[in-house]
Write a protein that binds this ligand. Sequence first.
Ligand code: FAD
Length: 460
Amino acid sequence: STQEQPPQICVVGSGPAGFYTAQHLLKHHAQARVDIYEKQLVPFGLVRFGVAPDHPEVKNVTHTFTQTALSDRCAFHGHVVVGRDVTVPELRQAYHAVVLSYGAEDHRALGIPGEELPGVFSARAFVGWYNGLPENRELAPDLSCDTAVILGQGNVALDVARILLTPPEQLEKTDITEASLGILRQSRVKTVWIVGRRGPLQVAFTIKELREMVQLPGTRPLLDPADFLGLQDRLKEMSRPRKRLTELLLRTATEKPEREEAARRAEASRAWGLRFLRSPQQVLPSPDGQRVAGIRLAVTRLEGVGETAWAVPTGDTEDLPCGLVLSSVGYKSRPIDPSVPFDPKLGIIPNTEGRVVDVPGLYCSGWVKRGPTGVIATTMTDSFLTSQALLQDLKAGLLPAGPRPGHAAIEAVLSSRGVRPISFSDWEKLDATEVSRGQRTGKPREKLLDPQEMLRLLGR
Ligand code: FAD
């Protein structure tokens, strides 16, 4: 049985889901060996390419992930695209079990006319740009306009608004890329509208991110007290997090600020505001049709109550002039391989507690299992549960018996296709280069953006 020899386990994706799954497997099975395959040259997924540069404390999880990668029963293989360089059936053949933790790499399209106009970007691409994701490094958004509109009211929308409005000198000591900082320094964006289909009780951002906006130096909030009428009386029905969030919104929108704060707001040169009950209908082109000049919003009203209320168009519309539209209406997973079931509607791999439906020995964790919501801590809990399910199945004899070759077999497959993976010690060299380049300008790191340059640095 598999108990007599080390179970060989493969994890696809090296974001929080992949690393927390690996960590739990190694901790709770004394012989298990885990190989992590990652399509990027570098590890850590959205911790590197999603989390905002001014939230360095969130990135401390990479220390724990590094400990896991350095275990002698774990190996990282970067620059391997599963589904292209190696198939899932090939991995299943080589390992006792395969865990898919490849996240949510697409963005949800708006599906409205004008979406393709220059000046319209997905928040995903914009975030990838300032965080040094190689595929977005050429984005160079034109920030010469006065007003930007962000569609969506979640934490990613607030991250993007904050990066657009933060005084650039405050970003200089973060790991934001030098190229994006250069463009942000030239930015003429003065006003950012954050637009939601529903009302203030349905916003998806959390209090920490809202508080950062309220306190953002050099900016003032633009909130219409009329949007918040009647909310005071409903506070007692709300869950505690929703209540605290709504209280902060109410205070900011309706209370007269004390003198110091009033002076601060009066001096502010930039502003951000929340627009509610507005659903994007069309991106409006400039007269020459060459770029975005505004957005037409359908006015909505709510049906149902509380967090699950939904928006219905009233038939009225409103045009909001702007030179930049960033759609932040969600990430989406892709199908990875025809052999793996995929639910295109929910954008996840159908599973029960992390066991992929109808495919024994195949598991999933993280955003590809649950959908693209939840913070790193949620992803951790979820990944531990998947690992537990796998270890239970192993114990119950439900995984293939007999030895499996693990990475040795995959290495041969990859090599026959001319694919040379990046090891964790390769990453440590790139990491050291980034850190030393950052030191010159007082940044935690200056990220390498060009895969060719990274390979050159590794002597390839
Ligand atoms: P990911 O982190 O996306 O990891 C998936 C990995 O799989 C990636 O490395 C990807 O390259 C790899 N991969 C994809 N396809 C393949 C393939 N075919 N072959 C091999 N590898 C592949 N959470 C917080 O707690 N705090 C925050 O401040 C915070 N900020 C965020 C900001 C943004 C903009 C976003 C989008 C999310 C943020 N989150 C934050 C949420 C957090 O990032 C997620 O909960 C977490 O990253 C999900 O983990 P994951 O491993 O499922 O996905």
